[in-house]
Write a protein that binds this ligand. Sequence first.
Ligand code: DX5
Ligand code: ZN
Length: 211
Amino acid sequence: MLVAPSILSADFGNLEAEVRAICEADCDFVHIDVMDGHFVPNLTLGPVVVKSVTKAATKPLDIHLMVQNNSFFVDLFAPFQPEFISFHIEEEKHANRLAQKIRDLGIHPAVVLNPHNGLDSIEYLLEYIDMVLVMSVNPGFGGQKFIPNVVEKIKRLKDKIEIRNPNCLIEVDGGVSDANIELLREAGVDIVVAGSYVFSGDYRQRIASLK
Ligand code: DX5
Ligand code: ZN
């Protein structure tokens, strides 16, 4: 299991040290939640802050856009060369084109499903993307409760991925902890995002327990 701690739960007053600490604690990616106050009722960070994150990070970035006007934000964050940029499917009229734009920038494109989104909207996109991020909370805030029916959704997604693009990864975000990690692994998840779980304990021990 690969682990991407979400810095939303980090101490923003000591962000560089926090990013360094999770990287030294053997995380696989640094998950960055970009919220614009429109797509979700919260506002987080922009390129100025991400620049200081990149200075401290020794692991690749995983940028999760929760915004309107995805293409604009892709242009803002592409210069940091993250491993992934993920965008919410319901907020994108031209998902195929945007995925190709992200790929052309040398970044792996990923698509996000909200808890209420079914799989139909991405079925014919799977062969053009490298990861599906399945939200297991309603996006906007850290520390929320895991929504159990996503496990069934992930299993059905895994079946579709096997048929259409076996290389496509599955990532899960929201309420992940040692209480549900086994279920997620069994369902076929490759990467978990964990904010409050990692940052509320010993980072190395928490990341290791998810792995
Ligand atoms: C929620 C964010 C998550 C969040 C996860 O909108 O996308 O990445 O930080 O935090 P936890 O693990 O505390 O649910
Ligand atoms: Zn996220």
